[in-house]
Write a protein that binds this ligand. Structure first.
Ligand code: SF4
Ligand code: SF4
Length: 293
């Protein structure tokens, strides 16, 4: 049991391009004590804003693959017969891409000719940034177990929060609604859903609201670039009212967000206009609604 209460807020958007990472960067600059986690392990981009200094890195072993030792293999054919993924060629070589790592061939080989070593599927990092610690990762190309890697780095962030007595973990979630998103949501204290005023934005929001409700995680909604389509923004607000969702706030479109990103800065560091105040008030809402005790 941790000696202090740790809250974990996940920021999700259902798809890329809603300004989610810019918002996480701004919150990173705003909130004094937290651990940051980038759970987009397939295409991480929070580091572009935060310029992390890597303190430590570790391999991510995400499964196993069969390997036939040709000197021991008698070509008996047993492994080919039992592999239902057709991953073993007529020459008794394992196709690494096709091998699902089920281990059945290893079990049935009568001559102990199949090794089953763990596979390095990526790396995870503990880094220092100008806004505090960042836990992030990179899945190796072609690897598919991003959900496992997300679970691993969330666990590492929690360990660090416990050791350092830090009360908050701020998670930049992956896009979509697949396995890594589920992995970033389970057990979280709350979720902030960033959407934009388009039909596809509303559609994505609806899917991710269902998902967070399935996991009994209270969702809060933020409409970004709200002035780009006021009619659609009103539809999203109506959707929130009809579905009992609280609105954390809205943010206008501001080209300064892109300018800041290009310069590797958060919007709070870059712009002197009113966006910073709005983001502050959004964070107050999140605190009121999610971090209640
Ligand atoms: S089961 Fe073992 S010995 Fe038989 S073909 Fe496969 S690897 Fe070779
Ligand atoms: S581990 Fe499973 S998928 Fe891979 S070659 Fe063996 S039987 Fe086929």
């Amino acid at each position: 049991m941790p000696s202090h209460k740790i809250r974990e807020i996940v920021i999700l958007s259902g798809k890329g391009g809603t300004g989610k990472t810019s918002l996480v960067g701004a919150l990173a600059a705003l909130i004094p004590e937290k651990i940051l986690v980038d759970c987009d392990v397939d295409a991480p981009d929070l580091h572009l804003l935060l310029a992390p200094q890597i303190q430590s890195r570790e391999e991510f072993l995400g499964g196993r693959k069969a390997q036939i030792i040709s000197q021991l293999c008698t070509s008996c054919g047993e492994c080919r017969a039992v592999c239902r993924f057709e991953a073993i060629s007529e020459e008794y070589r394992v196709d690494e891409t096709a091998c699902e790592g089920c281990g059945v061939c290893v079990h049935f080989c009568p001559f102990g000719a199949i090794e089953f070593p763990p596979v390095i599927c990526g790396e995870w990092f503990h880094s220092a940034t100008r806004f505090g610690p960042l836990i992030h990762a990179q899945l190796a190309p072609g690897q598919e177990n991003s959900g496992l890697l997300v679970a691993l780095i969330r666990g590492k962030a929690r360990d660090l929060a416990e050791i350092k007595g830090i009360p908050l973990i701020l998670v930049d979630g992956p896009p979509g609604i697949g396995c890594p998103v589920i992995s970033s949501l389970t057990g979280a204290s709350g979720v902030l859903l960033v959407t934009e005023p388009t039909l596809s934005g509303l559609h994505d929001l609806d899917r991710i609201v269902s998902l967070s409700r399935h996991f009994k995680i209270p969702p809060l909604v933020l409409i970004n670039k709200v002035d780009l389509n006021p009619e659609m923004a009103e539809r999203i607000e109506a959707y929130c009212r009809e579905n009992g969702l609280s609105l954390a706030g809205t943010l206008p479109y501001d080209p300064a967000v892109t300018e800041a990103m290009v310069q590797g800065k958060t919007i709070l560091e870059w712009s002197r206009n009113g966006l910073g105040e709005k983001i502050r008030s959004i964070w107050e809402q999140v605190q009121r609604q999610i971090i209640t005790d």
